[in-house]
Design a binder for this molecule. Structure first.
Ligand code: NAP
Length: 305
């Protein structure tokens, strides 16, 4: 494994489950760890739980509700203000909602948090990723992407909403973003992107939904899953393992490259999703003039050749 001393890592959704365990391992390995969470009390508790076994850990939490694009931008601005570079970004935060809900920006909630938050945060932090000698962006996707379809005409799924289909769509979008980002960065980039399927993991993700049926079904299903610590070990491996440098744009499970769905690597669909995501983030100024310095960061990422 790479020596993580002196490296800076951002982990979203670091207050519980896979994200918390990922943050803990990274902090213990000597990285400067910036966890992201939406609730101040849960962030303080997570920071304390990390410092407990690792008293010297360099850890701080930033608070942001990632369903809000204004909060994603403000989070990125705070990180840019304090950090000269970023070595690892883990886009992990996610949720499942049985009933259709919308974010403050009027975007279907699972698309907003599971996909667009990571898409936007990655863009906003691109100057810091480019400032590192080598950087990695890890996108936490899911095997459920195999069932996913991007409903280009109705990504917010106003018509015939199914929570599960919306979740599957969002996890496919996460994977396609990793594939397309790798393509746009091009060969020879100092930034690698990896998408990962953590497997079925015993976390609270399904228990946080308001529906008792979802909680019950998830309780039965998650019981067969692996421990969050085990899942996090695979995520951290992607963040740290030297031998996979340059293997960008791939889909991983249990430290192996594994096949992903045909849709996830369709170049035309990946470009289309990118443009769609861009348009869903543009109100607050995703464009380079507004967020990326220097301009070239955005210019080469937004070309759709
Ligand atoms: N569990 C599985 O079997 C499984 C399988 C495949 C993929 N995944 C993916 O793994 C990732 C982590 O999930 P998990 O299973 O570890 O679930 P989890 O324990 O519920 O963790 C999700 C994390 O995301 C945070 N989060 C949710 N909505 C947020 C928002 N609006 N703003 C900021 N943070 C938010 C949660 O914060 P709070 O603590 O405040 O809730 C929590 O820290 C997700 O992307 C999920 O889709 C999970």
């Amino acid at each position: 494994m790479n020596d993580m001393n002196g490296r800076t890592c951002v982990v979203t959704g670091a207050t519980s489950g896979i994200g918390f365990e990922t943050a803990l391992i990274l902090a213990r390995s000597g990285a400067r760890l910036i966890g992201v969470g939406r609730d101040p009390a849960r962030c303080s508790a997570a920071a304390a739980r990390i410092r407990d076994p690792a008293p010297g850990a360099d850890v701080r939490f930033e608070i942001a509700d990632l369903s809000s694009q204004a909060e994603v931008r403000s989070l990125a601005a705070r990180i840019r203000d304090r950090e000269p570079r970023l070595d690892v970004l883990v886009n992990n935060a996610g949720l499942f909602t049985f009933r259709r809900a919308e974010s403050a920006d009027g975007i279907e909630m699972q698309l907003a948090v599971n996909h667009l938050a990571g898409f936007l945060l990655t863009h906003e932090l691109m100057p810091l990723l480019e400032a590192a000698p080598r950087a990695r962006v890890v996108f936490v996707s899911s095997g459920s992407h195999f069932h996913g379809r991007i409903r280009f005409a109705d990504p917010g799924r106003r018509c015939l909403y199914s929570g599960l289909s919306a979740y599957e769509q969002s996890k496919l979008a996460v994977l396609m973003t990793s594939v397309e980002l790798a393509r746009r960065l091009g060969p020879g980039s100092t930034i690698d992107t990896f998408a990962v399927d953590p497997g079925l993991v015993r976390t609270e993700i399904g228990a946080k939904d308001g529906s008792p049926i979802v909680r019950w079904v998830w309780g039965l299903r998650a019981g067969r899953g692996i421990d969050a610590r085990e899942a996090a070990a695979s995520v951290v491996w992607l963040a740290m393992e030297p031998s996979i440098e340059g293997a960008t744009g791939r889909y991983w499970k249990e430290r192996q490259v594994v096949p992903s769905s045909r849709r996830s690597t369709d170049p035309e669909a990946c470009r289309r999703l990118w443009d769609l995501s861009d348009s869903r983030c543009e109100n607050g100024g995703l464009h380079p003039r507004a967020c990326c310095q220097p301009d070239r960061n955005w210019v080469h990422l937004s070309e759709s050749a």
